[in-house]
Design a protein around this ligand. Structure first.
Ligand code: PGA
Length: 245
């Protein structure tokens, strides 16, 4: 199973800040590690990431993509364009996109398919709200979100995605899921994936992962790495998280 530590910068950064951060990451990353380290940066900085990460063992990717391939879709960025820029990864269906931009399970499934068709690895996010967790709907909601995507893929494609379990109540709140809560969900998601293909995709945990909790969470059997927001903007934190896997 591939192991990943993936940074989601969200809408943060500037040319100067990124340059500092990327150079620190590139110069201090453990080069013998088997962990795949990735940064998902805002669109305008993909070119900068491409230049600075050349010949490093850090990959870069985007945070969203269009469902259209090209044409009159003002403001959209296609999967082909991302591939053209050397991206290998793209985040799909992050809860912030589902919530603020009303992305449906159907749209997320569509974006996942388009990413795969363009040889990008989609990092597909699913997660429950606090209300859903408190009313014991977590597994039901996650199953609906996950199957909406898996049902749209061929069984052969399923191991080629990366799944990210990101409980919405843990994102940016400083309150991570406990290792037991995360493991319980990951094991459930794994079983669903294995109903489609005997090879499971990697399943990452995301939500307030920091250097001080990454190790215990990564030690759980069904957790294959992390998707990191806030802590991915701080070189030492992100490197320490990567070294915890
Ligand atoms: P966080 O965000 O690490 O800041 O909680 C995670 C994410 O949204 O991917």
């Amino acid at each position: 199973m591939n192991k990943y530590v993936i940074g989601n910068w969200k809408m943060n950064g500037s040319w100067e800040e990124n340059s500092l951060l990327l150079n620190l990451l590139k110069n201090n990353i453990n080069k013998s590690s088997k962990v795949k380290t990735v940064v998902c940066v805002p669109y305008p900085y993909l070119v900068q990431a491409k230049g600075l990460l050349l010949n490093s063992n850090i990959s870069y990717g985007a945070q969203d993509l269009s469902t259209y391939n090209n044409g009159a879709y003002t403001g959209e960025v296609s999967a082909g364009m991302l591939a053209d820029l050397g991206c290998k990864y793209v985040i799909v269906g992050h809860s912030e996109r589902r919530i603020y931009f009303k992305e449906s399970n159907e749209l997320v499934a569509n974006k996942t398919k388009i990413a795969l068709q363009n040889n990008l690895t989609p990092i597909v996010c699913i997660g429950e709200t606090l209300e859903q967790r408190q009313s014991n709907q977590t597994f039901n909601i996650l199953e609906i979100q996950l199957k909406a995507i898996l049902d749209e893929l061929t069984n052969d494609q399923i191991p080629n995605i990366i799944l990210a379990y990101e409980p919405i109540w843990a994102i940016g709140t400083g309150q991570s899921a406990t290792k037991e809560q995360a493991q319980e969900v990951h094991n459930y998601l794994r079983k669903i994936c294995l109903e489609y293909n005997k090879i499971s995709p990697s399943i990452l945990y995301g939500g307030s992962l920091k250097a001080n909790n990454a190790q215990e969470i990564f030690a759980m059997q069904d957790i294959d790495g992390g998707l990191i927001g806030g802590a991915s903007l701080i070189a030492n934190e992100f490197l320490a998280i990567s070294n915890s896997l």
